[in-house]
Design a protein around this ligand. Structure first.
Ligand SMILES: NC(=O)c1ccc[n+]([C@@H]2O[C@H](COP(=O)([O-])OP(=O)(O)OC[C@H]3O[C@@H](n4cnc5c(N)ncnc54)[C@H](O)[C@@H]3O)[C@@H](O)[C@H]2O)c1
Length: 320
């Protein structure tokens, strides 16, 4: 069987890790890593040297050389580059958020549907080992308290904190709660950049579940923690330390205080990005639906844009 020819477009802070993983997978003789592309030649050359592959500065040169690509450029370029590859029948793993607008996302979805190429979105936290361990224990989440805080980054400043990082949690809650969003409330402010740097959203679902999410990129420490309550259990998930636990009352407990059991889940500590890229390649080889579809990416984007609309409305009331 001929090997899949892979490449990475955009090898900045995250794309370099895509490149390393594709190169490692190719070294196992499962795929052929054609090369990396970055419009910044210095970046392209240095990441190509590290991974012993070709470098390109114009992604169009890769259109006829590849079967599967990761697109890790700034979000504003996702749709144009993805559509060009999808039109050629090249399978695409695009970083989150899928695009800037729902129109761009729809164009990507239509283009993939026409050519039959796979389109997967990199909502990486679904591959975090703590989430992988926890997922089978999730039943009916009813109330989430979520914090995602980091010091100010020197990247992704083309988008606000909602599209940059809160979107991870907006994807996760919709994936875990089997119901439609019914109400969004949100506040947010620019503090250091000219875009929203800190935000809080309260998302309510038709089934009554509620998520309270705080995202900030002007913190003094790094926190990526989700806590939620579901019928008969309390769940803690820490993406940063890769920890997950489920606290519940032992079935035969004679007294609540004596019967509390904390199940600290066993974690299979693999690199989430490696798992994501392997899942992408597997869905191509097995001709299966990607584990994170473009519709999932669009759904997360749609909720993020809804949160941003509410933030805008709130700010106009505040007159700031
Ligand atoms: N899944 C996650 O957890 C996660 C984390 C970080 C970033 N991201 C996403 O990854 C994407 C990239 O983010 P980043 O932090 O690596 O940004 P970055 O700015 O560090 O890197 C982007 C790279 O793309 C290159 N580039 C720009 N235009 C290009 C073009 N037309 N052709 C080829 N290369 C081009 C830039 O030179 C740069 O090297 C964004 O969509 C971001 O939201 C996802």
């Amino acid at each position: 069987m001929t090997k899949l020819k892979t490449a990475v477009i955009g090898v900045g802070s995250l794309g370099q890790h895509h490149a390393r993983n594709f190169a490692e997978i190719a070294a196992l003789n499962e795929t052929e890593f054609v090369g990396v592309c970055d419009s910044n030649e210095k970046n392209a050359r240095s990441i190509a040297e590290k991974n012993n592959c070709q470098f390109y500065t114009d992604w169009r040169e890769l259109l006829d050389l590849t079967d599967a690509v990761s697109i890790v450029t700034p979000t504003e370029m996702h749709s144009e580059i993805a559509c060009a590859f999808l039109e050629k029948g090249v399978n695409v793993l695009v970083e989150k958020p899928i695009a800037r607008t729902l129109e761009e996302a729809d164009l990507m979805i239509e283009t993939a549907a026409k050519s039959g190429a796979k389109l997967m979105v990199g909502h990486l936290e679904r591959f975090n080992p703590a989430m992988v361990a926890l997922r089978p224990f999730v039943t009916t989440p009813l109330y989430f308290e979520i914090h995602r805080v980091s010091p100010f980054p020197n990247r992704s400043l083309d988008v606000d904190v909602v599209l940059d990082v809160m979107i991870h949690d907006l994807d996760a809650i919709q994936w875990l709660v089997d119901s439609k969003v019914s109400e969004i409330r949100a506040v947010g402010i620019p503090v250091i950049s000219d875009k929203v740097d800190a935000a809080n959203a309260r998302i309510e679902f038709e089934n009554g579940a509620v998520a309270n999410i705080t995202a900030s990129r002007i913190g003094t420490e790094k926190i990526r923690k989700t806590r939620f309550y579901q019928t008969n259990s309390y769940v803690v998930l820490d993406y940063g330390t890769k920890f997950a636990s489920v606290t519940s009352l032992a079935p035969n407990a004679i007294h609540p205080l004596l019967g509390i059991s904390i199940n600290r889940l066993e974690i299979n500590d693999v690199e989430p990005l490696r798992a994501e890229i392997e899942a992408f390649l597997n869905c191509i080889l097995k001709d299966e639906t990607p584990p994170i579809t473009a519709a999932d990416g669009r759904r997360a984007l749609s909720l993020a844009l809804g949160v941003l609309d509410k933030i805008k409305a709130h700010r106009s009331r505040l007159n700031v």
